[in-house]
Design a protein around this ligand. Sequence first.
Ligand SMILES: C[S@@+](CC[C@H](N)C(=O)[O-])C[C@H]1O[C@@H](n2cnc3c(N)ncnc32)[C@H](O)[C@@H]1O
Length: 289
Amino acid sequence: MKYKTSEDFAKFPLMVMESSEYSPNQCVYRNDEYGIWLYHANCIEFMDMITAKFPGGKFDMIFADPPYFLSNGGITCHAGKMVKVDKGQWDKSNGPEMNHEFNMAWLSRCQNVLKPNGTLWVSGTHHVIHSVGYAMQQLGMKILNDITWEKPNPPPNLSCRYFTHSTETIIWAAKTEKSKHLFNYDKMRQINNGKQMKSVWTMTAPNGDEKGFGKHPTQKPVQLLERIILASTIEGNLVFDPFAGSSTTGVASVMLKRKFVGCELEAEFIELSSKRLEMAIKERASVLN
Ligand SMILES: C[S@@+](CC[C@H](N)C(=O)[O-])C[C@H]1O[C@@H](n2cnc3c(N)ncnc32)[C@H](O)[C@@H]1O
């Protein structure tokens, strides 16, 4: 993969890339005034280029919602019907060793692109989260918390052979053991009615309003990203999401006056993301006027 000219660098806030066999690798949505940049890119290639250009790290905080590797022919309940779990090719498992290799690959890049005191949040179900936690330990990151996101209205378990799956785990980690991470303790206590915020967060899955431009199969609620961003960044910080999907992280960043860079591989989600980001920018502009 080749860089373009230095003139191109000057025009774009982060970088210009060329397409590879994996992805077009282009900046497809940008708003310089609000500090929002979305790349149609393979996040591993993208982060390698960020590291080459900013070896000391670039991002204050990263939220990553990687493939869960759970689209493997199981069943679930959707809108009252039994359906196969098939979120897309990107979500298929390649076996535990290959999945762990992939997690090591993208997590090591996240570590490179974080600023020295930056933190990384990774969400997942049991299909992926244990490998993520182990990889973080192998990479020498400091695990700060594991948050349990509890969904009050999960779909029922149709097989009746398991407990109803109703939680996801979000691991919060600092770049290294030596990082002096930012935690907005007072803000968290304030939004929790004056009590210390616990590590179990109860929040519903995204509602219809959040899916007005179309659905992403694993879309996160904006409320969840708002809490994460409020807990670990300040206004003006630069937030990165390597697996942007429908850009929930970007929407929450816009609303909370943080800057955002996202990467997404699939064209259909790029389109959805662009619409959601545009709407969030309009909403924030109307709040300010
Ligand atoms: C679990 S979803 C993220 C959903 C997102 N948090 C949201 O709220 O919409 C993971 C996303 O990562 C994308 N993806 C998978 N591999 C990727 C890669 N190597 N680079 C960039 N995006 C990738 C998939 O297309 C999918 O949209």
